[in-house]
Design a protein around this ligand. Structure first.
Ligand SMILES: *[C@@H]1O[C@H](CO)[C@@H](O)[C@H](O)[C@H]1NC(C)=O
Ligand SMILES: *[C@@H]1O[C@H](CO)[C@@H](O)[C@H](O)[C@H]1NC(C)=O
Ligand SMILES: *[C@@H]1O[C@H](CO)[C@@H](O)[C@H](O)[C@H]1NC(C)=O
Ligand SMILES: *[C@@H]1O[C@H](CO)[C@@H](O)[C@H](O)[C@H]1NC(C)=O
Length: 230
C-alpha cells in the first residue's frame, strides 16, 4: 500500500486507506451489515440441519439427565456430601434464559449463540471428567461410558452448528472470553478426598443436565422456527 501511495495524490491515498481499513474491519469483525444473515441459507438445508440437531440435542439432554439421576441415586442419596449445587455451576455467569417466553423474544442468531457458548463451555470439563473417570476405580463402569457418549454427542452437535453458521463462531468465542465461565473444579475432581471428588462429580452431572436442558430447548426452538411452526 505504501508503494501505491507514492504515486498517487494525497487525497486519493487517504481514501484508499479508508476503504482498506473498512474491508479489514469487516473481515475481522463479523458485523451484521458486512455479510448475509447467518440464517439466510436455503430452507431445505436448514430443515435437514435441524432434524439432525434436534435428535442430537434431545439425546444429549436425555443422557445427561439419566446420568445425573443415576449418580444421585447411587452415590449421593443418604450420603452427607457438602454440596453447593446452584451456586457452583461454572456457566452461571452466562445468564442465558430458561423460560420459553424469554427465548421467544430473541432472534435466531442470539439463540444459536447461546447454544454454542454452552456447548463450548463444557468441552474442557467433559474432557477432564472422562479422563478422571477412567482412573476412578470406585465408580460403576456405566458412568465412564455414558460420559463418553455425552461428550461425543456434544462434539457432533457443535460440528453441525459450526458447519452451517461458521460466522457465529467468532462472536461466540468473544462472548465466552468476556463472561469468564471457566471451570475451576479440577483440583476437587482429582482430590484424594473421596467426598470432595464425589461432590465435584455431583455438581458436574447436575450442571451438565441443567445446561443440556437449555441447549435442547434452544435447538428445538430453532428447529420449530425453521419449519415455521412457531
Ligand atoms: C432416553 O434414553 C434411554 C436410554 O437410551 C431410552 O431408553 C429412553 O427412551 C430415552 N428417553 C427419551 C425421552 O428419549
Ligand atoms: C458454597 O457457597 C458459599 C456461599 O456462596 C461459598 O462461600 C462457598 O465457598 C461455596 N463452597 C463451595 C465448595 O463451592
Ligand atoms: C441479541 O443479543 C444482543 C447482545 O446480548 C442484544 O443486545 C440484542 O438486543 C439481542 N437481539 C435480539 C433481537 O434479541
Ligand atoms: C467483550 O469485551 C470487549 C471489551 O470490553 C468489548 O469491546 C466487546 O464488545 C465484548 N464482546 C462481547 C461479545 O460482549
Amino acid at each position: 500500500m505504501g508503494y501505491m501511495c507514492l504515486f498517487q495524490s494525497h487525497w486519493s491515498c487517504i481514501l484508499l486507506l479508508l476503504v482498506m481499513s473498512n474491508l479489514l474491519l469487516c473481515q475481522g469483525n463479523p458485523c451484521q451489515s458486512c455479510g448475509p444473515d447467518v440464517f439466510a441459507t436455503s430452507l431445505r438445508s436448514l430443515t435437514d440441519l435441524f432434524i439432525d440437531a434436534v435428535r442430537l440435542s434431545h439425546d444429549f439432554h436425555n443422557f445427561s439427565l439419566i446420568t445425573f439421576n443415576k449418580f444421585d441415586e447411587k452415590y449421593a442419596q443418604g450420603k452427607l456430601y457438602y454440596i453447593n449445587v446452584t451456586k457452583s455451576c461454572h456457566t452461571n455467569s452466562l445468564h442465558f434464559p430458561e423460560e420459553r417466553d424469554k427465548v421467544y423474544q430473541e432472534n435466531n442468531e442470539n439463540i444459536t449463540k447461546w447454544a454454542l457458548v454452552l456447548l463450548y463451555s463444557w468441552n474442557n470439563p467433559l474432557y477432564h471428567l472422562v479422563t478422571e473417570l477412567k482412573s476412578m476405580k470406585e465408580l460403576l463402569e456405566d458412568f465412564l461410558s455414558s460420559t463418553m457418549k455425552i461428550e461425543s454427542m456434544s462434539e457432533k452437535l457443535q460440528a453441525l452448528i459450526e458447519s452451517h453458521f461458521s460466522k457465529i463462531v467468532l462472536p461466540v468465542l468473544n462472548t465466552m472470553h468476556n463472561a469468564s465461565s471457566t471451570w475451576s473444579g479440577l483440583p476437587s475432581l482429582t482430590s484424594s478426598d473421596e467426598d470432595r471428588r464425589h461432590s465435584e462429580l455431583y455438581n458436574l452431572f447436575y450442571c451438565l443436565h441443567r445446561d443440556s436442558h437449555k441447549v435442547d430447548m434452544y435447538i428445538k426452538f430453532l428447529g420449530c422456527r425453521a419449519r415455521k411452526m412457531c
